[in-house]
Design a protein around this ligand. Structure first.
Ligand code: NAP
Ligand code: ZN
Ligand code: ZN
Length: 351
């Protein structure tokens, strides 16, 4: 079936209305009307062709909240009318070792996981198209239950990527009380990193390049805020962190942060800049047995765990709602760090 969407026809083109095809729901599929979709920096990297291998036309969007309109005959967990979420993945092989261990994001099947957009689509359709659209059809395994209250639905949308991408490394590195945790970059991912690390009981330090975000970062739950361009403020934290999560979407100096780690501390990267970071100093790592790691979104079971954790504690994202037609302006503002902290598209505006 055809559905209205918004997409880019090529790397440098602005996004514009486009009609796309969705498959008819199969026995295990859930069809939903999309209510809200968050605007991740990955959408911008993709739509504007900043990463290699982008397929056009490209319809971004992987922070989706919707209402179920139809379910296939074998669908057990959802029914018409349910409020559900769809994140960054819509398929994986389900049989490889990572898939068997609820780590679909690291699927080792022939094609890895299928991204909600820019992936290989089923049923003879071209590449997958994401949530900047009215309607989507997804296998129930990749559909999440939303337990937030109705007035929180829009603000829950970015949990589907920004939430899980920060939650997964915090859990993997066993962050909790007694630990000092840094979050670099207070954007969509970073502001959720601050909220979640705080909720897990850590002492949280927010690193920002935007002095204007200082008081706002404290309100998010940071215990301290450091303007990372200020050398004295950085030096005051030398050798003191157990864990630092780097959400920055641009290439930057990592040594400034590995220096702040304690012995055995880890700097974990989740930001994926267009250009590589300068090679880090080996000495800073060796003298202190420090590590630099990376982390990719999170598995489906873990995403449900994070959603339920947030629903129980009334944790949502801080959002600014936009109309679909304002998306390119929103991307330009995101590049200037001019959003507190996530744009969410009200899909009722896609008419
Ligand atoms: P975002 O909302 O644009 O936030 C990025 C933040 O980084 C900005 O708000 C800014 O924070 C800081 N920043 C930007 N440019 C900077 C620079 N030149 N130097 C230092 N800091 C800078 O982006 P996002 O949606 O959170 O995404 C962040 C990155 O994570 C993107 O690269 C995205 O593709 C990637 N991502 C990865 C995964 C994964 O699974 N690993 C998942 C989702 C997204 P301040 O103003 O506070 O400095
Ligand atoms: Zn994302
Ligand atoms: Zn797999």
């Amino acid at each position: 079936m055809q559905t209205k969407a918004y997409g880019a026809q090529k790397a440098k083109a602005p996004l514009a209305p486009i009609a796309i095809e969705r498959r008819e729901p199969g026995p295990k599929d859930v069809a939903l009307d999309i209510l809200f979709c968050g605007v991740c920096h990955s959408d911008l990297h993709t739509a504007r062709g900043e990463w290699p291998g982008i397929l056009y036309p490209c319809v971004p969007g992987h922070e989706i909240i919707g209402r179920v309109t139809k379910t296939g005959k074998d669908v057990k967990s959802f029914k018409e009318g349910d409020i559900v979420g769809v994140g960054c993945m819509v398929e994986s092989c389900r049989t490889c070792e990572p898939c068997q261990h609820d780590l679909e994001q690291y699927c080792e099947g022939p094609n890895g996981f299928t991204g909600t957009y820019n992936g290989a689509a089923k049923g003879g359709l071209p590449n997958t198209f994401g949530g900047y659209s009215k309607h989507i059809v997804v296998d129930e395994h990749f559909v999440l239950r939303i337990r937030h209250k109705e007035h929180q639905f829009a603000a829950a949308a970015p949990l589907l990527c920004a939430g899980i991408t920060t939650w997964s490394p915090l859990k993997h590195w066993k962050i909790g009380p007694g630990q000092k945790v840094g979050i670099i970059g207070i954007g969509g991912l970073g502001h959720m990193g601050v909220k979640l690390a705080h909720a897990l009981g850590a002492h949280v330090v927010a690193f920002t390049t935007s002095p204007s975000k200082k008081s706002a970062a404290l309100e998010l739950g940071a215990d301290e805020v450091v303007v990372s361009k200020n050398r004295d403020e950085m030096n005051a934290h030398a050798g003191s962190f157990n864990f630092i999560l780097d959400t920055v979407a641009a290439s930057h100096d990592l040594d400034a942060f590995t220096r702040l780690l304690k012995r055995d501390g880890a700097l974990v990267l989740v930001g994926v800049p267009e250009d590589p970071h300068p090679s880090p100093s080996v000495g800073t790592l060796i003298f202190g047995r420090k590590s630099i790691g990376g982390s990719l979104i999170g598995g489906i079971a873990e995403t449900q765990e994070m959603l339920d954790f947030c629903a129980e504690r009334d944790i949502t994202c801080d959002i600014e709602m936009i109309a679909m037609a304002d998306i390119d302006n929103a991307y330009d503002r995101q590049l200037k760090s001019d959003v507190k902290y996530r744009f969410v598209i009200d899909m009722a505006t896609l008419t």
